[in-house]
Ligand binder design. Structure first.
Ligand code: ADP
Length: 160
């Protein structure tokens, strides 16, 4: 049984994240989507709401996908969850430098756990949660970037 963890903020989940998760499911039997909680990075949605949005969005795959809120360092969580790999997505070269740093730091922390990168479909290569939040703030059309349930949650959030 090949198990991977897909860590990220997922604030909120976008079509780009979904694309990467589906690609990972072709290689791994089980995928654990790990919702990162950064103590010094302000998230728009609470970890619980982010988890709910991922679960609703990925509902057809929940026999193979589990969503977990992180309490520890990603490598430690990965080991504890019984996974061998961390999955990350690459959009463009701009992602590379940060991901390069992350992979090597994680290897120093745990040399047994490796990272595996998937490139998203070209049509999502510009898409990020940050962009979605900006478009949402100015009441732009979000349907092209995030699933309907997440659009609803964004609209509720913008009313607050
Ligand atoms: P983080 O804050 O850890 O970067 P994100 O939720 O922004 O978390 O992203 C999690 C992972 O998903 C990262 O590897 C990121 O590069 C990838 N990702 C995000 N959006 C896309 C996208 N549109 N296409 C491919 N990968 C993506």
């Amino acid at each position: 049984m090949k198990v991977a963890v897909y860590p990220g903020s997922f604030d909120p989940i976008t079509f780009g994240h979904i694309d990467i998760a589906k690609r990972a499911l072709k290689v791994f039997d089980r995928l654990i989507i790990l919702i990162n909680v950064h103590p010094n990075k302000h998230a728009l949605f609470s970890a619980e709401v982010r988890k709910d949005m991922v679960e609703v969005t990925m509902k057809e795959y929940l026999n193979r996908i589990e969503v977990v809120i992180a309490n520890d360092l990603t490598v430690d969580e990965t080991r504890k969850l019984g996974a061998t790999h961390m999955v990350r997505g690459l959009r463009a070269v701009t992602d590379f430098e940060y991901e390069f740093q992350l992979t090597h730091a994680n290897r120093v922390l745990d040399s047994e756990i490796d990272s595996i990168y998937f490139m998203t479909d070209n049509k999502y290569s510009f898409l990020s949660s940050a962009l979605v939040k900006e478009i949402g703030l100015f009441k732009g059309d979000l349907e092209k970037f995030i699933p309907p349930y997440v659009v609803e949650k964004m609209k509720e959030k913008m009313k607050e």
